[in-house]
Design a protein around this ligand. Structure first.
Ligand code: SF4
Ligand code: SF4
Length: 182
């Protein structure tokens, strides 16, 4: 049969020597390689106890932001959903009622806001499109889940804790990438 290249090598099928038939030298050689790795620096990390620092340009899970008075910044304008190339964002707008000024910054707010993390490609376009600094991509990522519906993140999953009522949780969730409040 004609060879496609000239790189083929014929395999020699020599009978095994006595040492090779004993297998013990090969086992000891393999064990020596294994033990030598015990003294080498481990390249893996024990996640989630240990975490690698994120690169400055990394983009993680979205956070729905509040202002310094704890009011939701999102005005349900839909620009993030329009900008999203993966069509991962859906929302329902509602009108702010009298007496809700301390809850919502604008006259319109997102009564429902969802991001499908199975669709999201963490491109950051939603953050760039938002005129209200209401959404940003943080340093965390979506934890694993066994069910698809577990990756549909609702407003309660995305909204940052209130800085006035839960300052500790707010500071923990805010991270390094939160836009400066205006
Ligand atoms: S990061 Fe990109 S893909 Fe994900 S929700 Fe925002 S715009 Fe859509
Ligand atoms: S997150 Fe920003 S862009 Fe998206 S609906 Fe809210 S205000 Fe508009």
């Amino acid at each position: 049969m004609q060879a496609l290249t000239n790189r083929g090598k014929s395999v020699e099928r020599k009978p095994m020597t006595l040492l090779e038939r004993l297998y013990l030298p090969a086992i000891f050689k393999g064990m020596a390689i294994t033990f030598s790795h015990i003294f080498k620096k481990v390249p893996t990390i024990r996640y989630p106890e240990q975490k690698r620092p994120f690169a400055k340009v990394s983009r993680g899970l979205q956070v729905l932001n509040r202002d310094e008075e704890g009011r939701e910044r999102c005005t349900a304008c839909g620009l993030c959903a329009v900008a999203c190339p993966a069509e991962a964002i859906t929302m329902e707008a509602a009108e702010r009622q009298r007496g809700e000024e301390h809850l919502y910054r604008e006259e319109k707010y997102a009564a429902k806001y969802e991001i499908n993390m199975l669709r999201c490609i963490f491109c950051g376009l939603c953050e760039e499109a938002c005129p209200k600094d209401a959404i940003y991509l943080s340093e965390t990522f979506a934890p694993s889940n066994l069910q698809r519906k577990g990756f549909i993140y609702g407003k309660e999953d995305l909204l940052i804790p209130n800085p006035l009522t839960h300052p500790e949780e707010y500071n923990k969730a805010k991270g390094e990438k939160a836009p400066t409040t205006k």
